[in-house]
Design a protein around this ligand. Structure first.
Ligand SMILES: Nc1nc2cc3nc(NCCc4ccc(CCO)cc4)[nH]c3cc2c(=O)[nH]1
Length: 384
């Protein structure tokens, strides 16, 4: 079987790295921000526009696709790339986190997590084995081990038990993946290449549990490592401190993926700490609620002060929204609850995030120290 997945570091600056992942569906330049396309769509913008924005990898969610349209349906249609007509890279999360953030009546046992669908109340069980079977059937290029995202706050004993469960599930995930990885729908047509399974580090807010989880996850051995259990309501300073201490424990020749992060200033901060991949619903969800990120900070477009503002959303942005429409028009669309508001706002926010990451990558390669960005201290006050 030829090389399924590779990662090279191309330049470093301090802890930061500029790199390149190669998956069965193409190359991904890192550091990378991955738009969330939960049910095989990045809400509000079509695939050709995502390509125009330069998206090289996006997320799908196993939890959602398992419930609708179902893994079997997607597998029969050749996998999620064919299904959503996306010929670049895709990553799927393994479902455990979504069960806890979306479904009712969850019960965790050694076997896995039983839950009821948030769509129709039907009962289901997710286990490491079923999560691998689902992610193989869906067919993303990078898939995640089935883990337990330890809730916040959690006592040390609870966090340790949760970490141990995740480590046992990581072993089971890897064993199930190795046994079935050739069953991915596009195995033959992509040169007998298979998916890459990433491990997930837990350990909550305890530095020594984070260290133990990182070391034991690396001992199991994966082509890439995610930091889970963050962006779960903990103080952002706590996240930064624990990420800074955990990253050096991960192999420098493999990608590091910080799940569920974050604000524009955060993705710059974490890229500087040596994180290579990030994802968050923030830019797309915030767009749908009229919260827009610009080079001058964030703004809520429905604010009265934009009613007759003929200027662009962001004078320093080269996206097609900022090149064509006025703030007055964008405010009008949002106030009128027009569907075009969702499309234009999402296009801009994603463009801003992707452009920010491109600038960080350039700064690492060119050796510049500055990536000029708004360092917004108290986001809630500045949302005008
Ligand atoms: N498998 C796995 N997946 C995860 C996904 C996560 N996503 C997050 N945080 C996202 C939090 C988040 C949710 C919504 C918004 C929009 C504004 O409200 C922003 C951030 N933390 C996460 C932790 C894990 C984890 O341990 N394991």
């Amino acid at each position: 079987m030829s090389m399924s997945f590779s990662f090279q570091v191309e330049a470093t600056q301090g802890a930061a790295r500029a790199g390149r992942m190669i998956t069965p569906h193409g190359e991904v330049e890192t550091p990378v921000f991955m738009p969330v396309g939960t049910v095989a769509t990045v809400k509000g913008i079509p695939q050709d526009l995502l390509e125009e924005l330069g998206v090289q990898i996006l997320l799908n969610n196993t939890y959602h696709l398992y419930l609708r349209p179902g893994v079997e349906q997607i597998r029969k249609l050749g996998g999620t790339h064919k299904f959503m007509s996306w010929d670049r890279s895709i990553l799927t999360d393994s479902g455990g986190f979504q069960v806890f953030s979306l479904s009712e009546l969850r019960k965790v046992t050694e076997e896995g997590v039983s839950f009821r669908s948030h769509l129709d109340g039907s009962s289901h069980l997710f286990s490491p084995e079923s999560a691998m079977a689902s992610q193989i059937g869906i067919g993303a290029d990078i898939i995640m081990a089935f883990d337990e995202c330890t809730e916040y706050p959690a006592e040390r004993t609870r966090t340790e038990r949760s970490m141990e469960l995740t480590l046992r599930w990581a072993e089971r995930s890897k064993n199930a993946f190795e046994a079935h990885k050739h069953e991915v729908p596009w195995f033959a047509e992509r040169g007998k290449k298979s998916q890459a399974l990433f491990g997930i580090v837990q350990g909550g807010m305890f530095p020594n549990l984070r260290k133990e989880s990182a070391e034991r996850t690396v001992e199991i051995g994966f082509p890439g490592y995610a930091l889970g259990g963050f962006s779960v309501g903990e103080p952002r300073e706590k996240t930064a401190e624990l990420v800074a201490n955990t990253v050096p424990l991960l192999p420098e020749n493999k990608p590091r993926y910080l799940m569920g992060v974050g604000y524009p200033e955060e993705i710059v901060q974490y890229a500087r700490m040596g994180i290579d991949m990030m994802d968050c619903v923030l830019p797309t969800r915030a767009a749908r609620h009229g919260l827009l990120f610009t080079s001058e900070g964030r703004l809520t477009i429905k604010n009265q002060r934009f009613a007759s503002d003929e200027g662009p959303l962001d004078p320093n942005c080269s996206c097609k929204v900022c090149k064509r429409y006025s703030r007055a028009y964008l405010r009008h669309l949002y106030a009128s609850n027009e569907v075009l508001a969702q499309v234009l706002n999402t296009t801009h926010n994603l463009s801003y995030y992707l452009d920010t990451m491109r600038r960080v990558r350039q700064a690492i390669i060119l050796g510049e120290n500055s990536v000029s960005l708004p360092v917004v201290r108290s986001p809630h006050l500045s949302a005008t």
